[in-house]
Design a protein around this ligand. Structure first.
Ligand code: ADP
Length: 518
């Protein structure tokens, strides 16, 4: 009765993998995404705050420019004020203004009655009069303050045409470095302005002057000037040495850190999952191994038992009939021996105790000896077989018993996995530096995707035609281990439904004991 063989996982593997991913990887990913999001929010908030402060500071710079202009005009107006208060005429005032035009382009006096058309702005309680030239002769604005006559009444506005471009360029440094930090009304004072880059742009957006190089662009804010500086703009941004830039760099490092942590966590989950699945696979494979081996032992034992009983009771009529039972006993004993040898060799190899007794040998002798002991099974199984040996063969350094064991395993598989086409070929050949031993059958074949796996311990092809064939899944892994111990390799070429060829390649012995080519 065929024994139901436990699956080596596929479906439960998927379920367990999904469970593990669900239990560990998904929460890890969710935590990482949350950490990313929170960190980005903090960074964004810090940038917004910095931007807000920079906008505030740009306004303060503009106010400082107006104050600076008023101070300059007021300071330069001294002689003209004296002349007007002494009752001087417009021309006297103009002459007095001309004596102080170092800072400005040209003096100008507007009598009270002609003041219409000019604009007024109050800067810290002082009236600043400004405007364009109504005649259109000058392309720069006029900045002035009221002058009073002998009777204390305003007689007009005295001031200068001035170039706003040169004014903003000349005064920027003093405003940013001295005036703003010292201003008692400046929020943050000296410390907070130290890490700010301030730039003035002309109405076309071209830079006029700047204090401090390099900006952290995401925090830059722009404010447009009005009044006598109409159209000019002040841009304030944090410098790369500012706390906000530092915080931003920390955020980047933190993101990389979180990323790496997530990778490590996912990697550990993956490795852990693989390890657990491998263990489950091994446990399943061992269960399957025990049931397969038990079955493999039972069949020959019952055949031997029936044959011995028959012989004991003399239930045979001819010598040929008796020989048939004897052959069956011999054949099944060989099978049992091979199975037990496989298990013993395998556990010795696994424990690292298998000692190969290697000596130079002719592979043809190994083949002949193996064929002698296997012939019975081939003949009883109705197989047609062919052995092709070359006339001459270089020696290999090998353990004859181990190599014979390998060949018997390949032959055993060729028999087990053949169906109607009972043809087996054993071919020995030699190349430049190796000797090959190939066993071909025309059996069920091995699907391409399984061809590597079948050399694993306990591995058996679980699908397709192989289902009703018993085996422990040790034969090929044993062959591979033994061949590797000989510094050789095993290759397989196979097509499902057409057959398989398993080839053992061993290095040629180069004559010096113990050392080999290949
Ligand atoms: P076992 O034969 O005891 O199952 P092996 O390690 O010898 O174990 O083989 C592993 C698997 O490789 C087999 O279960 C079978 O599926 C496949 N296999 C091995 N040899 C052949 C062959 N000649 N033809 C088809 N399949 C094979």
């Amino acid at each position: 009765m065929p024994i139901p063989r436990p699956r080596i996982l596929p479906r439960s593997r998927e379920r367990k993998l999904a469970l593990l991913i669900g239990a560990v990887a998904l929460p890890a990913l969710a935590l990482a995404v949350t950490a990313f999001w929170l960190t980005l929010r903090v960074s964004h908030q810090v940038e917004v705050e910095s931007g807000r402060y920079n906008a505030y500071l740009a306004e303060k710079v503009i106010e400082a420019y107006e104050r600076e202009l008023v101070d300059e005009v007021r300071g330069a107006l001294g002689p003209a004020e004296m002349v007007s208060r002494a009752g001087g005429t417009g021309d006297d005032v103009r002459a007095a203004l001309a004596s102080r035009m170092r800072l400005f382009e040209a003096p100008h006096f507007v009598p009270l009655e002609a003041l219409e058309g000019y604009s007024l702005v109050t800067v810290e309680g002082q009236l600043l009069i400004y405007g364009e030239d109504p005649t259109g002769q000058r392309d720069h604005p006029f900045a002035a303050m009221l002058l009073y006559g002998l009777d204390g009444n305003a007689i007009g506005a005295g001031g200068w045409w001035f170039n706003p471009r040169s004014f903003v360029a000349e005064h920027l440094r003093v405003i940013v470095v001295d005036r703003l930090p010292q201003s008692p009304r400046m929020y943050g004072g000296l410390e907070s302005t130290r890490n700010l880059a301030v730039t003035v742009l002309d109405p076309r957006g071209n830079e006029v002057a700047h204090v401090r190089e390099g900006t952290f662009p995401r925090t830059a804010r722009l404010a447009v000037m009005t009044g006598p500086f109409e159209g000019y703009q002040v841009r304030v941004a944090a410098t790369p040495t500012s706390p906000v830039a530092f915080a931003n760099r920390l955020v980047v490092i933190e993101m990389v850190f979180i990323g790496l942590l997530t990778l490590v966590l996912l990697g550990a989950t993956f490795v852990g999952a693989r390890y657990i699945l491998r263990q489950i696979e091994l446990v399943n494979a061992k269960t399957s191994f025990v049931s397969n081996v038990t079955h493999e032992l039972k069949t020959p034992i019952s055949v031997i038992k029936v044959a011995v009983e028959t012989l004991e009771l003399g239930r045979f009529s001819t010598v040929a009939e008796r020989d048939k039972f004897l052959r069956a006993i011999s054949r099944e004993t060989d099978r049992l021996t091979q199975l037990v040898d496989n298990i013993l060799d395998y556990s010795r190899l696994e424990a690292g105790q298998h000692m190969l007794a290697r000596s130079p040998l002719d592979l043809r002798d190994v083949v002949s000896a193996s064929m002698d002991s296997f012939r019975l099974r081939l003949e009883d199984g109705g197989f047609h077989y062919e052995v092709s040996l070359p006339a001459a063969l270089p020696p290999v350094l090998g353990d004859a018993r181990a190599l014979q064991h390998c060949l018997l395993n390949l032959l055993d598989n060729a028999v087990k996995y053949s169906r109607d086409q009972k043809d087996i070929r054993v071919v020995v050949a030699s190349g430049d530096d190796y000797v090959s031993l190939a066993v071909s059958d025309r059996g069920i074949g091995v699907p391409e995707e399984e061809q590597d796996r079948i050399f694993d311990k306990f591995a058996r092809v679980e699908t397709g035609l192989v289902h009703d064939v018993k085996g422990a899944g040790l034969g090929l892994s044993l062959v591979q281990m033994l061949v590797h111990a000989h510094h050789g390799r095993v290759e397989v070429t196979s097509k499902p439904g057409e057959g398989s060829t398993f080839t053992i390649l061993l290095p040629v012995w180069d004559g010096s004991r113990g050392s080999m080519q290949g």
